[in-house]
Design a protein around this ligand. Sequence first.
Ligand code: FMN
Length: 209
Amino acid sequence: MARLLSLSSSSRSEGSITSRLLKEFVSEWKLVHPKDSVLELDLSKEKVPYLDEMLLSAIYADPQARAEEQKAAYKQVERYTEAITDSDVYVMAVPMYNFSVPAVFKAFIDLIVLPGVTFKMNGSAFEGLLKNKRAFVITASGGNYDQPPMSKMDFLEPYLRSVFGFLGVTDISFVKVQGHDAAIVAREQENALTKIREYVKRGSLTAVK
Ligand SMILES: Cc1cc2nc3c(=O)[nH]c(=O)nc-3n(C[C@H](O)[C@H](O)[C@H](O)COP(=O)(O)O)c2cc1C
């Protein structure tokens, strides 16, 4: 039995392409893998805190010496790190905002990249501690970033590959809905749905392209 972690981050509660595809992914997963558990977090509604001075001090304080405010703040960090460390598959709906991930998604990443929890030093090298995990990213953008010169402006896919790779998650797949023409968007959503169904059916042990 595995655990699926579903993360959404679109600011739109209606008409969101990534949220719609995420919903399809999760219901397909529940159908095909009924014994698995599923944890769903909507980061746009979670009020994910920024890594400000208080939070930073709470994270690195001696656990016994944490002030009440720091304890409460650290609880939320733990909730997110546990969501990540205790799940086997991550499905993440991440729209492109200003060529990268939404701020709420970046705030979440700032809380889960934690030494001793999701990565450690191994001699002088970094070692990711998220072993045997898989990630599936559903993204959407108004522009198309497949070819130069636009491809140079895509900081979303390289960033997510880098940060999750750093944490040890190298099996990472992307489906993209790109463009604003209605017919193209409809076709891309259908293609994305096909890839989602294939991935879910395989319980994918290898990334799809
Ligand atoms: C705040 C904001 C920033 C955006 N920035 C970009 C961008 O940099 N590049 C792009 O191609 N599309 C951009 N878009 C368009 C979205 O990526 C596109 O509408 C996508 O479908 C949003 O995901 P959603 O449908 O799940 O909400 C932006 C949209 C918003 C609301």
